[in-house]
Design a protein around this ligand. Sequence first.
Ligand code: 5GP
Length: 202
Amino acid sequence: MEEKGILFILSGPSGVGKGTVRQKLFEQDTNLKYSISMTTRDKRPGEIDGKDYFYKTKEEFEQLIQENQLIEYAEYVNNYYGTPRTYVEEMMELGHDVFLEIEVQGALQVKENFPQGVFIFLIPPSLDELRERIVGRGTESDELVRNRLNEARKEIEMMDAYDYVVVNDQIENAVRKVQAIVQSEHCKRERIAKQFKKLLEG
Ligand code: 5GP
């Protein structure tokens, strides 16, 4: 299948604020289609089935896995989370951009199946601060520096699979950068050239 829409994947370490960035992004006018995930976790107060998630039992979720109805899934804090295949593929086929907000294990699976997707890694600003602090003053204990370096290293290694890195220093900045990435991807020569070629052929 040759997809007509672009698949955007926002991911990053746990607690970095992916959900908030995604919510703010979709509060604004956007042509992106958000893929609502399936989960086995309990509904939180205020959440709506079919809007925040599709809430499933463990058995239902495992059935979906068996039937290959998910493009990726992961177990996170003892619950399953996954992205439904039909919605994503149909929307892209219709020419819509689809947006996923998922944790890192899932993002790596999407990368295997949709290498042409646009992968955005959201990082906490502390990673920047950390770099400065480690390079700079030298006042932290050796052990603390080592632990923090290890944490930073893990996060930096995760970045390798991604096309873009956005620092979540302030939500508005991060949202603006994600919007800029979406725009830039639409200006890519390869995509535009393909459209023009079709025009010339047609
Ligand atoms: P929460 O339970 O706080 O809504 O989400 C927990 C984590 O699961 C977040 O990091 C969120 O990005 C991730 N997540 C949400 N939906 C999916 C999904 O469909 N697949 C994967 N792999 N992770 C998801």
